[in-house]
Design a binder for this molecule. Structure first.
Ligand code: NAI
Ligand code: MG
Length: 499
C-alpha cells in the first residue's frame, strides 16, 4: 500500500526515490534485478546460425529509458535477405514442409517451454530495449508469447480441423515485418501460426527493438529447430523493403504503420502473393451512464496508458455519455495523479519510456496540435526523469471530431475525450474514422452490448473490459486498420492454402 508521507527517506532509511507525483505517494524503489544475458553484438540469424552481415555494418540499439547503448545489431542488406530466403526455401523443401504436424508440434512446445524457463530474462531484455514497464513485459508480453507457441503447438497435429471439408497445405516461405511496440509478442503472433502450418519464415524485427528476437534465436537453436525454418534479418526500412519485395515468399505479413502498409501493398499489387496487414487504429472506448464508472475508469486508463499508448488497439478516443461526462473526467484526473511514470525497470512503474526519440517527437507534435486546435489539455504534475524519452499521461477534453487528435493515431499516452447523447450518436462517432481495429463498450445492459458490437466497425469489441488478449481469439481490423486475422482458427487460415 502506498503511504501518505512527506518524509525524505524511505522506511529502510535509504534516501527517498525521486517522487513522481508531488509529495503525496511514495513507494520504496523496487528495481528488477534479473540478468538479461545480453551480448554486446548480435549477428543475423540465418540457416540456424548467427552470421555476420555481408555489409560488415552494425547499428546501436539503445535503452530509451536512459539513452544508453544496449547492444550492436547487424545491418542486413539485400544479399543477406537473399541468403535468408534461400535457407528458408531449402528448409521448406527438405525438412519442415514435409514433416508431419505432430512432429512440428514438438518443436513448438519446446520453444514455448524454453521461453517460460527464461521468462524473467526475456522480460528484462524487452524492457531495457523497448522502454515498457517491467510489470508489463513480465506479466503480459512474455507469458502471452509463450501462450501463442503453446496454442499453435496444439493445432499442429489437428490441422484438418482448421477448415473442415477442405485439405490444408502450407504456403511455403513467408516474409514477415513487425513493429516495436510488442517486439517478442508480435514475433510470436507471426511465427507460431506460420510454423504450425508448415511454413518457413524470414522475419525482420523493428530497428529499435531487435534484441528479444535475437535472443529467441538462441531458443530456436536450443530447441533443435531445423536450420533455415526461421531466419531473422535485422535493419531499418530498407531491409524491411528487401524482405517484403523479395520474389521468394508466397505471403507477406506486416504489422506497423498504415503508411508503410500502403507502400507494401502497392509494391505487391499484381503479384500472386498473399498478404495480411495489421495497421493503425483510433479506437473508441464508449462509456454509457449506466456503466460501473470506477471499473470503466480503470478500463479507460488501461486502454490508453498501457505500454505508454504504444498499442494499435489503444482506446485513444473516449466517448462518454453526457450525463456522466463531468464525473468521469474528474475520476480520470484523480486516477492520473497517482499513475507512476519513470524507470521502466522499477516494478512499481505504470508508464515507462517512449520507445524512441522519433516517437516522442511525433506525440509531442500531435499534442501541440490538440492545444492549438482548441481542446483542453490536462496533465498531472509529475517529475519526469531527465535522461531518456518520457511523456506525461495526457487527457484532452472538449475534443471535436475534426481535431487531428480525434482522427490521427498518436501512439502515445494521450486520450481524446468526446461526448455523446444517444446510442446512435455514439455508434456514428465511433465509426467516423479511417480505422477499424477495436472498440470498447461500458454499460450494464447486455442488449446494448450486443447492438453496439454488431454496429461498430471494429475487428475486436471489448465489453466492460479493455485490452484483453488470448491466442484463441482472432485479432485484426476493418478499413485502414488492415486485413487478415492473427490468432485462433482464423489466424491459421491466413497461413495455408485450401483445396
Ligand atoms: P513503421 O511502419 O515505419 O515500422 C514498422 C516496421 O516496418 C519496422 O520493422 C520498419 O523497419 C519496417 N519498415 C519501414 N519501412 C518499410 C518499408 N518501406 N518496407 C517494409 N518494411 C518497412 O512504423 P514507425 O515509423 O516505427 O511508427 C510510425 C507510426 O506508425 C507510429 O507513430 C504509429 O502511429 C504507427 N505504428 C503502428 C503500429 C501498429 O501496431 N499498428 C506499430 C508501430 C507503429
Ligand atoms: Mg532499443
Amino acid at each position: 500500500m502506498p503511504t501518505l508521507t512527506e518524509k525524505k527517506t524511505t522506511r529502510s532509511g535509504r534516501p527517498a526515490p525521486e517522487l513522481i507525483f508531488g509529495d503525496l505517494w511514495e513507494y520504496d524503489p523496487a528495481p528488477e534485478t534479473a540478468d538479461p544475458k545480453l551480448k554486446a553484438r548480435y549477428d543475423l540469424f540465418i540457416n540456424g546460425a548467427f552470421v555476420a552481415p555481408k555489409s560488415g555494418k552494425y547499428f546501436d540499439s539503445i535503452n530509451p529509458a536512459n539513452e544508453q547503448k544496449l547492444a550492436e545489431i547487424a545491418l542486413a542488406n539485400k544479399d543477406d535477405v537473399d541468403a535468408a530466403y534461400a535457407a528458408a526455401q531449402r528448409a521448406f523443401d527438405t525438412t519442415w514442409g514435409k514433416m508431419p504436424g505432430r512432429e512440428r508440434a514438438k518443436y513448438l512446445y519446446r520453444i514455448a517451454r524454453l521461453l517460460q524457463d527464461r521468462a524473467r530474462e526475456f522480460a528484462v531484455a524487452e524492457t531495457l530495449d523497448g522502454g515498457k514497464p517491467i510489470k508489463e513485459s513480465r506479466d503480459f508480453d512474455v507469458p502471452m508469447a509463450a501462450a501463442h507457441f503453446f496454442y499453435h503447438a496444439g493445432w499442429a497435429d489437428k490441422l484438418e480441423y482448421v477448415a473442415p471439408g477442405h485439405k490444408v497445405a502450407p504456403l511455403g516461405v513467408v516474409g514477415q515485418v513487425i513493429p516495436w511496440n510488442f517486439p517478442l509478442l508480435m514475433l510470436a503472433w507471426k511465427i507460431a501460426p506460420a510454423l504450425a502450418m508448415g511454413n518457413c519464415v524470414v522475419l525482420k524485427p523493428a530497428e529499435t527493438t531487435s534484441v528479444t528476437c535475437l535472443k529467441l534465436a538462441e531458443i530456436l537453436q536450443d530447441a533443435g529447430l531445423p536450420p533455415g525454418v526461421v531466419n531473422f534479418v535485422t535493419g531499418f526500412g530498407e531491409t524491411g523493403a528487401a524482405v517484403t519485395g523479395h520474389p521468394t515468399p508466397a505471403k507477406i505479413a506486416f504489422t506497423g504503420s498504415t503508411e508503410v502498409g500502403k507502400i507494401i501493398m502497392r509494391s505487391l499489387a499484381g503479384t500472386d502473393k498473399k498478404m495480411t496487414m495489421e495497421l493503425g487504429g483510433k479506437a473508441a472506448n464508449i462509456v454509457f451512464d449506466d456503466a460501473p464508472l470506477d471499473q470503466a475508469v480503470e478500463g479507460i486508463v488501461n486502454g490508453i496508458f498501457f505500454n505508454q499508448g504504444h498499442v494499435c488497439c489503444a482506446g485513444s478516443r473516449l466517448l462518454v455519455h453526457e450525463p456522466v461526462a463531468d464525473k468521469v473526467l474528474a475520476k480520470l484526473k484523480n486516477r492520473l495523479k497517482v499513475l507512476r511514470v519513470g524507470d521502466p525497470m522499477d516494478k512499481n512503474t505504470d508508464l515507462g519510456a517512449i520507445n524512441s526519440r522519433e516517437q516522442l517527437k511525433r506525440i509531442t507534435e500531435l499534442v501541440a496540435s490538440g492545444v492549438k486546435e482548441g481542446a483542453e489539455l490536462y496533465q498531472p504534475p509529475c517529475k519526469l526523469p531527465t535522461k531518456g524519452f518520457y511523456f506525461r499521461p495526457t487527457l484532452f477534453s472538449g475534443v471535436s471530431m475534426s481535431h487531428r487528435i480525434a482522427r490521427e493515431e498518436i501512439f502515445g499516452p494521450v486520450l481524446s475525450i468526446l461526448t455523446f447523447r444517444t446510442v446512435e450518436e455514439a455508434v456514428e462517432k465511433a465509426n467516423n474514422t479511417a480505422y477499424g481495429l477495436s472498440a470498447g463498450v461500458w454499460t450494464d445492459k447486455g442488449s446494448r452490448i450486443l447492438k453496439m458490437s454488431t454496429e461498430l466497425k471494429a475487428g475486436v469489441v471489448w465489453a466492460n473490459t479493455y485490452n484483453k488478449f488470448d491466442p484463441t481469439s482472432p485479432f485484426g481490423g476493418y478499413k485502414e486498420s488492415g486485413f487478415g486475422r492473427e490468432g485462433g482458427r482464423q489466424g491459421l487460415l491466413d497461413y495455408c492454402q485450401l483445396t
